[in-house]
Design a protein around this ligand. Sequence first.
Ligand code: FAD
Length: 468
Amino acid sequence: MDVIILSPLENVIIEKLAEIVGEQFISTDDADLVSYSSDFMIDVFLKPDVVILPENTPQIAAIVKLANENSIAITPRGAGTATHGGSIAQGGILLDLTRMNKIKELDPISMIATVEPGVVYEDLNRITGKSGLWFPIEPPSGAVCTAGGMVGNNASGLMALKYGTTKDYVLALEVVLADGSIIKTGKSVLKSSSGYDLVHLFVGSEGTLGIITEITLRLIPKPMHLSTAFASFPSLNGLNDAMNAIYEIRRVLTPAGIELIDLQTQKAINEVEKEKLVPEVEILVIFEIHEFSAAGLEDQKDLIEGVARKHNCNEIHWAKDDEERDRMWKARKAATVVSVRSRTSTLLGDLIVPIKHVPAIIRFIQEVAREKDLLISIVGHAADGNIHYLIPFNQNESKKAFDAGDAIVYKTIELGGSITAEHGVGLEKIKYMELEHGESLSLMRAIKKILDPKGIMNPGKIFPAEKQ
Ligand SMILES: Cc1cc2nc3c(=O)[nH]c(=O)nc-3n(C[C@H](O)[C@H](O)[C@H](O)COP(=O)(O)OP(=O)(O)OC[C@H]3O[C@@H](n4cnc5c(N)ncnc54)[C@H](O)[C@@H]3O)c2cc1C
């Protein structure tokens, strides 16, 4: 898409933007711009021309209208924890939505919440939890990430096996479109067959189709009884043992989550956290189960333990209390961060393959690591087929790290998988979009052109440059 982006912005534009939001909620100060210049992991630093913190939908509509009239890029941002560059901006306006963090309505009868996009995931659940309700996505970044960013990326997390992903909970949206108009799409109802499903067009669109200013979410009852276990698969064939156990368990029950951590990541967790948070074995699996009765929980535990032991699990340890359970999840949540420790940069993969191919893709990643002499750690939502690999590298290793990342992605596509399961395409995964989507990428471009003819909404993301 040909995009004409005005940058740097003229003073007169900055003055008009300041009139919309108020002087204290706009900044062109270099220190502020730098603080928005990266996301959690991508090794790219790009600065916007201006950062704006709007307070409400009319302000956003006015900002977008002005931007559209003057061909100025707008990049929405929640907490900036996406790891592929989706929420960083090369020039133009960076729209920080964290001031819009209100829960506008909580309807415990219909079990629905309507929220502003800047509400933080865990804050929302603290409030809904008082009514026994839950938005069950549980991304490891949940202490900071926002509802808008979760919708932007169609985020998922540690409990996707049982509860699905963000899209399964979004019922309705308010969106400011590229011309500054405001639409409402969807209803506070659990199903509808009325017209095209525009709600789910915006979910996962990474800010490229409009600014989401209100989100209506379905909630579910918070389970009363929870348990978490570490299961150790020590043999050199631990990966096959663990996955065979997981395949068998999935056919008879649906645990809330099943996570897999390789030995390298386990060592990094214990080293960085300076305590032995996890056992060190070939493959460690975390099982999380949820039930509404204590007896039901015990039945699930027995079943999981029986199947795991049949597949050479030598130890399965269920948390004794909430404190131990929290420690187990602390270890898992640290996994993405600790593996980065020894190098200056990191390439983070977020692939997903059909579940039957999980052993094949993990073996392939391990082979690539050996061949290229790289340390690649693997941690993942194993029972969904969603595997994260982290390749920490120094500058002199960057070519082989990126070559390794390419090889892993090509293998993922060959196995029928997708380049990103939950972190989004952003900047980093653009180069694989044609490979994954083929002809349907043209349809995505056509949709983008209808909704954003000037290409001002989060330009440079998702789509590769068009061939001339
Ligand atoms: C340690 C760690 C672990 C993680 N684990 C997971 C995981 O298990 N599962 C998972 O899904 N993700 C995970 N992530 C990635 C990330 O945290 C999530 O995708 C999260 O939902 C992003 O929320 P955010 O508020 O940080 O969004 P941002 O990073 O600010 O934005 C994400 C995308 O949404 C767009 N966007 C933001 N707000 C809006 C809006 N109001 N309207 C339109 N577009 C918008 C942005 O432009 C960007 O493209 C992890 C990240 C970290 C750092």
